[in-house]
Design a binder for this molecule. Structure first.
Ligand code: SF4
Length: 137
């Protein structure tokens, strides 16, 4: 491994496993849609996790019927659903698992949904602020 690559590795932030922190943590579930709003929603989850305002977790696992992941949501301090459009897929997955949602947002109320994976960092910052303020993270 080159020196540069080991420096990159030293910057990696290791997170606590979701099941260990769920009881005391705002768990963040993002729909990860395949459009600009999906990429923004994902990066909002990453930003809030790295800022230790919450912890992004695998919503696809809940949709696939994973009991450990459903248990994480059932035990969470608060569940934050980040939906990227009016279909509310993240919220629907949680609702089907009979999980209480503490806060939910639809990004397409704030931003135009466009079929691209490119996005502006400023939109990520703006939505992260909205979620943080409204969900009291
Ligand atoms: S809420 Fe919208 S953007 Fe997100 S997964 Fe569902 S259809 Fe896709």
């Amino acid at each position: 491994m080159t020196e540069d690559k080991s420096r990159e590795r030293s910057k990696i932030k290791i997170l606590q496993p979701c099941h260990k922190v769920a009881d005391t943590t705002n768990m963040i579930w993002v729909c990860d849609g395949a459009a600009n709003v999906g990429q923004i929603g994902h990066n909002v989850g990453v930003m809030l996790t790295n800022d230790e305002r919450g912890r992004i977790c695998c919503i696809t696992a809940i949709a696939a019927g994973s009991k450990p992941h459903t248990d994480i949501a059932l035990r969470a301090k608060k569940n934050i659903a980040i939906n990227d459009c009016a279909n509310r897929c993240a919220s629907k997955v949680l609702e089907k698992a009979v999980v209480k949602i503490g806060y939910e947002i639809e990004l397409s109320k704030y931003l135009q949904k466009i079929p691209t994976l490119d996005f502006y960092e400023a939109d990520v910052n703006h939505i992260a602020e909205v979620v943080s303020r409204e969900a009291k993270l």
